[in-house]
Design a protein around this ligand. Structure first.
Ligand code: SF4
Length: 280
C-alpha cells in the first residue's frame, strides 16, 4: 500500500490548471500547422496563423489562450494500492482548482446553482471523474472545458437499426447545427454505446486522446476518418468563416450496449483543446 498526502494532489491540480490554460499541446499545434497547409480559404489560413501566434503568446507570457478558461474537468485514475491521507480527496482537488485559477488569474466561470447563478468566485467545484485501476500510481488529468463548445454538444438515443449510418447522420447534424458557435477548428469526441451517461463520458474521454491518433480497432478508425472527411466538407471552416478545416480530428470511443439501445454522444471541443496530466 502506498500512502499519498492529498496536499500533493492539491499542488499538482493547481499547476495543471495553469499549464493547461497557458500551454496548448504540441499535438494541437502540429494539427494547426497541417491545417494551414490543407486550408484553401485565405481567411481560414489567416485565422489558423493567428491561432498559432496566440498559442505562442499564451505559452511565453503565461496568459490563458482563451478568455473562457473553462469548467475544470478532472480525471483521476487511482491505483487500488493507494491510500490517501491528510483529508478528503475531492476537497483537495477543489482546493487545487481554487489555487490554480486564483494564482493564474484565470477567469472564474462557475455559478453555484443553475437557476440562482451566483458565481462561486474560485471556479469550483470541479467536475471529477474517478477510475480505480491496478497499481500504486495516481494519474491526474485536468481538462478545462469552454462553455461555447460544451453548449453545442449533444446526445441521442438511436434505435439499434439506425446503425453506423444513423451515427454518422447524428454527428454531422450536431456539427452543422453548431456552426461557428463552438469556435472551430474543432476536435470532435464521439462516444457510442453503453448507457446514456456512459456514452457522454466516452465522448469526453475521446477528447483526451493525442490528436489524430487513430482508434486501435480498424472499423472504428475507419469511422473516424470518414466522419472527419464529411465534417470537413461542410464548409464551416476556421472560426466559422468558411473553409475546408472545420475539424482537426474526430475521436470515437465505443462500449458494449444493451440489445435495445444505441446511445451516441458528441462532445465538441474548440480550437483551445486543453488538457494536461501528471503522474503521482
Ligand atoms: S468555445 Fe473554446 S475558444 Fe471558444 S470561447 Fe469557449 S473556450 Fe474559448
Amino acid at each position: 500500500m502506498r500512502t499519498i498526502d492529498v496536499a500533493e494532489v492539491t499542488a499538482v491540480v493547481a499547476e495543471l490548471c495553469k499549464k493547461a490554460n497557458f500551454e496548448l499541446g504540441e499535438d494541437v499545434l502540429a494539427a494547426f500547422k497541417k491545417a494551414l497547409e490543407d486550408e484553401l480559404s485565405l481567411t481560414g489560413k489567416d485565422i489558423l496563423q493567428q491561432l498559432i501566434e496566440n498559442a505562442r503568446i499564451a505559452r511565453e507570457e503565461e496568459v490563458p489562450m482563451c478568455q473562457d478558461t473553462g469548467f475544470a474537468v478532472v480525471f483521476l485514475e487511482v491505483g487500488q494500492e493507494v491510500h490517501f491521507t491528510g483529508g478528503d480527496l475531492y476537497a483537495a482537488v477543489n482546493e487545487g482548482v481554487r489555487r490554480g485559477y486564483t494564482e493564474g488569474y484565470l477567469r472564474k466561470s462557475i455559478v453555484g446553482h443553475p437557476f440562482r447563478r451566483q458565481n462561486t468566485g474560485d471556479n469550483t467545484p470541479a467536475v471529477i471523474h474517478t477510475r480505480i485501476v491496478p497499481g500504486d500510481r495516481v494519474k491526474i488529468t485536468v481538462a478545462p472545458k469552454g462553455g461555447g463548445s460544451e453548449n453545442m454538444s449533444a446526445l441521442r438515443m438511436l434505435k439499434p437499426a439506425e446503425g453506423e449510418e444513423g451515427v454518422k447522420r447524428f454527428v454531422l447534424e450536431v456539427v452543422k447545427n453548431a456552426g461557428p458557435n463552438p469556435c472551430p477548428p474543432l476536435v470532435v469526441g464521439v462516444g457510442i454505446g453503453g448507457t446514456m451517461e456512459k456514452a457522454a463520458l466516452l465522448a469526453k474521454e475521446a477528447l483526451l486522446r493525442p490528436l489524430g491518433e487513430p482508434h486501435p480497432d480498424e472499423d472504428v478508425a475507419r469511422l473516424e476518418r470518414e466522419l472527419l472527411e464529411s465534417i470537413n466538407r461542410l464548409g464551416i471552416g476556421p472560426q466559422g468563416l468558411g473553409g475546408r478545416v472545420t475539424a482537426l480530428a474526430v475521436h470515437v470511443e465505443v462500449f458494449p450496449c444493451h440489445i435495445a439501445s444505441l446511445p451516441v454522444a458528441v462532445n465538441l471541443n474548440c480550437h483551445a483543446s486543453r488538457h494536461k496530466e501528471a503522474l503521482l
